[in-house]
Design a protein. Sequence first.
Length: 135
Amino acid sequence: MAIDTNATTVERLRAVFETESIEALAGAVYDLSAEDLVQEWPQSGERIRGRDNAKAINDNYPEMTGSSPKLHLRRVSGEGAHWVIEGTIDYGDGTPVSYVGVAELRDGKIAAVTEYFANPFEAPAWRAKWVERIS
């Protein structure tokens, strides 16, 4: 039986995400990424090419922003080459910013990832009778 290198990579990523450390995640992402990684942040209109550039951003984040975000994993889903990582990031102010990363893997390495970040907002009262509150 062949080893599914993509699934193994995702399990390693899941384990480091659960440490809640942005520093640990940054190091693991570097190790688990293809050299030609393409990372996109649609909300800020940025594309990062190459795992070295992604690492430089992650390594400099605490110094440049004055914060060391904490991560919380909600779930990981997918199979084969396509995976979705959902969680929250606390940038130090106690606000759980929702995070979704859509990853494409190639030969056991992260080849591309598109990441979305969204601040929480109060649900409008008008739709309360049709929804269930989650936490």
